[in-house]
Design a protein around this ligand. Structure first.
Ligand code: MIG
Length: 798
């Protein structure tokens, strides 16, 4: 390691020691809420908060009552270790209680490394929403980590509802589920009215500052809730197709030679991938938008090579700016007054990777516009149109700051204290970055921006990942509820570092993580600077083969996944969903977090135990049929099954009644696969019916929006006729691509003939179709179809 690096990491270590991460009970506004408001009446809470904001006299009375002195309550200033937070505008806090009648299952409020079902907080910490950089965060913890979405969902069999608490200051949520007596109205005389016990969940929201601005969403179905929430915060941006491929990252790919070698490694080992990533070491001493001139002498040439391979590059761009008058980005921002200020009105300076740094004030629209312009090809030297962006450290992370973040009394545009907008800082950086990438393409192409910090609505700007996880089985396990929670809070494009960022995964764990990641929305392998190299081919032939298989499965699945993203984009359906979303009446699904649905058709159960030989899989639904995706075995109303597993693969099931579009083979990256034919996987339900869809467009531009250049197809199997028709007449897109193969699972008897007809050729004769039937699995395979994917056609089975 170079000496410079050692210095930096010791800077951070020291900061971590001193940061003294807080437990909720030590936060002044929380203690005040607890004293003022024992959590009983809604009106009292409201009153208390108003009183608190405007009337310090009242506060003193309460202080006397509670015999605590003002200092201890942190009213005007608060200490965090050696840091002092001065509350220039005086103390404030707001809170409100909600009672959810009949509910005992609540979800949401990411980001926590916690279970999918929210837990009772009565004898524990509240859930904290406060964006923080927590390296190797603990698991099963309610501490705030990188992102915050103050949106909670409550579910009971006949209704889903939601509470969206729009506040970007530090927020705490207490949850208390209890049994209450309810009077049952009856026709008998009043003295014998019946009572019954019903669950009730009380949710107490508290924020450090701001106003009460809360939305109650009424559902009644989970999908209604997703739509209602999207009306307030927006839907998932449609990602460019390449970003749904596999991403290869590490801290750091050292130089051009290294990039070239890793890129070639994928071809040598016949593993598809789309994007290689460069971490902070690619820059000139952590000056973002620059290149280390020794390691990356010819960034354009390097990108040219990747482009020829139809691949992309992602580089990291952090929000902290090195204090260096010779660094144009710094001097210009300084001159224009674009940095966050400290409480005395000077540019805020903190320590981060480059050493002394100032922080761009992304809350200011003028700063965002200026920042967006930095991504123009003219400004960003050495960047080309295959370069996309990763925003890290945007909680913001400030080494040697209280809890490793910015002083709450720092000041933003328009005199907002940092405490007011803290949880929005990363949101605005990603927004500006995405705008920059769109702008640089003249408004033509969709951006790709990955962010670590996020807030409600971040889905509009790109993808998020779960930060610095650890290469341990328990972190693989918790990544599932974490991603599910982020997904139902509106952010579909999410993932966890495959392999675990910190440490070195044993090969078995790495393999299992690839198999899980292949069925999750954002799929990126990443590793810490201290971790050993772990490109997919470094663990022996056998493991390489299995990882290759997992990644190839991902690539064949892309038509389905892309179609799911189109639905997320247009109708706010999460791509990755908890089982209860698909089976809202099945109580047994409400707490399930070791398996999930990908869209409405695939049920995925990652293997998260070391040396597992079996896993228990719940196949829900009392009148559902399920099919093993690999062996096509049909299972009618199965319930919970013990499924044998080997290292080869993880259990994935297709739900009867669905059609899943796949590619028949894979290419070196998504762009090599444009013309590869489709396979349609039809899984019949108990009534021999199935329906599904396919969305496709050019994969990268906004033409789908502006010129309606897209295809949206619908496939129906009904009464032994399988048809393809247009699902949206507005969309037009020309493609030569064909449906080559159709697999129909659950066909009870061997047909005597199969014919296909193109609807456009009314005069044309029906064409005989080559088919094979496997009686053992009841699978009918139709081959060599060559039916254009954009055409209307019918296949008749007799
Ligand atoms: O404190 O840029 O989560 O993915 O590799 C470490 C270096 C800073 C944290 C990110 C991680 C990234 C690393 N960054």
């Amino acid at each position: 390691m170079e000496p410079a690096k050692e210095e930096e990491s010791s800077v951070q270590d020291e900061a971590v020691d001193k940061s003294n991460f807080k437990n909720c009970n030590h936060i002044a506004f929380y203690r005040r809420q607890k004293l003022l408001h024992p959590g009983k009446s809604l009106y009292r809470a409201l009153l208390d908060s108003v009183t608190l904001c405007n009337d310090s006299v009242k506060l003193q009375i309460i202080n006397e009552e509670n015999k605590e002195n003002q200092e201890d309550l942190g009213l005007w200033q608060e200490e965090f270790g050696s840091f002092l937070d001065i509350k220039a505008n005086g103390p404030s806090s707001i809170g409100l209680d909600f009672s959810l009648h009949g509910c005992e299952h609540v979800y949401g409020i990411p980001e926590h490394a916690e279970t999918l079902l929210l837990k009772n907080t009565s004898d524990d910490d509240a859930y904290r929403l406060f964006n923080l950089d927590v390296y190797g965060h603990k698991i099963y913890d309610k501490m705030g980590i990188y992102g915050s979405v103050p949106f909670l969902l409550a579910h009971k069999p006949d209704r889903t509802s939601g509470i969206f608490w729009l506040n970007s200051s530090e927020t705490l949520v207490e949850i208390n589920t209890k049994a209450v007596m309810e009077h049952v109205p009856s026709r008998s005389p009043p003295d014998i009215t019946k009572q019954r016990v019903v669950p009730q969940t009380d949710v107490h929201w508290m924020s450090e500052s701001g106003i009460i601005d809360v939305f109650l969403l009424m559902g009644p179905t989970p999908f209604d809730i997703f739509k209602q929430y999207a009306q307030l915060t927006g839907t998932q941006a449609l990602p460019p197709l390449f970003s749904l491929g596999y991403h290869q990252c590490r801290w750091n790919y050292e130089d051009e030679q290294d990039v070239k070698a890793v890129d070639a490694g994928f071809d040598e080992h016949d593993i598809p991938y789309d994007v290689i990533w460069l971490d902070i070491e690619h820059t000139e001493s952590k000056r973002y938008f620059t290149w280390d001139k020794k390691k990356f002498q010819h960034p354009e040439r390097m990108q040219e090579l990747l482009k020829r391979k139809k691949r992309k590059l992602v580089v990291i761009i952090d929000p902290h700016i090195k204090v260096d008058p010779m660094y144009t980005l710094y001097s210009e921002a300084k001159k224009k007054g674009y940095f966050v200020k400290d409480r005395k009105g000077q540019d805020f300076e903190g320590i981060c990777w480059p050493g002394s740094s100032s922080y761009l004030d992304f809350t200011n629209p003028e700063v965002r516009e200026w920042y967006a312009d930095q991504f123009s090809f003219k400004s960003y030297k050495g960047s080309t149109d295959i370069l996309f962006v990763w925003n890290d450290m945007n909680e913001p992370s400030v080494f040697k700051g209280a809890e490793l973040t910015m002083q709450r009394d720092a000041v933003h545009h328009g005199n907002w204290e940092h405490r007011e907008v803290h949880n929005l800082y990363g949101f605005y950086q990603q927004m500006a970055t995405a705008e920059g990438l769109i702008k640089r393409s003249g408004g033509q192409n969709r951006p790709f921006v990955l962010t670590r910090s996020f807030f409600a609505g971040s889905q509009k700007y790109g993808a998020v990942w779960t930060g610095d996880n650890v290469a341990e089985w328990s972190y693989l396990k918790i990544s599932i509820p974490m991603l599910l929670t982020i997904s139902i809070a509106g952010i579909s494009f999410c993932g966890a570092d495959v392999g675990g960022f910190i440490g070195d995964p044993e090969p078995e764990l790495l393999v299992r993580w690839y198999q899980a990641g292949a069925y999750q929305p954002f799929f990126r392998g990443h590793a810490n600077i201290e971790s050993k190299r772990r490109e997919p081919w470094l663990f022996g032939d056998e493991n390489t083969r299995i990882i290759r298989e997992a990644i190839r499965e991902r690539y064949t699945l892309l038509p389905y996944l892309y179609s799911l993203f189109y639905r997320a984009h247009t109708t706010a359906e999460p791509v990755m969903r908890p089982l209860w979303v698909e089976f809202p009446k099945e109580q047994e699904t409400f707490g399930v977090e070791d398996e999930y649905m990908l869209g409405n058709a695939l049920l995925v159960h990652p293997v998260i135990e070391q040396e597992a030989t079996t896993v228990n899989v719940l196949l829900p639904g009392s009148d559902e049929v399920w099919y093993d995706l690999r062996r096509f075995r049909r299972l009618d109303y199965p319930g919970t099954l013990k499924i044998p597993v080997t290292l080869e693969s993880i259990p994935v099931f297709q739900r009867g009644g669905s059609v899943v579009p796949l590619k028949t083979t894979v290419g070196r990256s998504t762009e090599w696969m444009t013309d590869i034919s489709y396979e349609l996987r039809v899984a019949l339900d108990s009534k021999d019916f199935a329906v599904g869809e396919l969305y496709l467009d050019d994969g990268h531009s906004f033409q789908y929006l502006h010129k309606k250049q897209f295809l949206h197809r619908k496939f129906i199997f009904h009464k032994n006729v399988f048809s393809s028709s247009c699902a949206d007449e507005i969309g037009q897109y020309h493609t030569k691509c064909v449906v080559e193969r159709v697999l129909i699972l659950g066909v009870q008897k061997q047909p005597t003939s199969v014919t296909a007809s193109l609807q456009s050729k009314r005069d044309g004769k029906d064409k005989e179709v080559v088919f094979t039937y496997d009686a053992k699995t009841s699978t009918l395979t139709l081959e060599k179809l060559l039916l254009n994917v954009g055409a209307d056609w019918e296949i008749h089975i007799k």
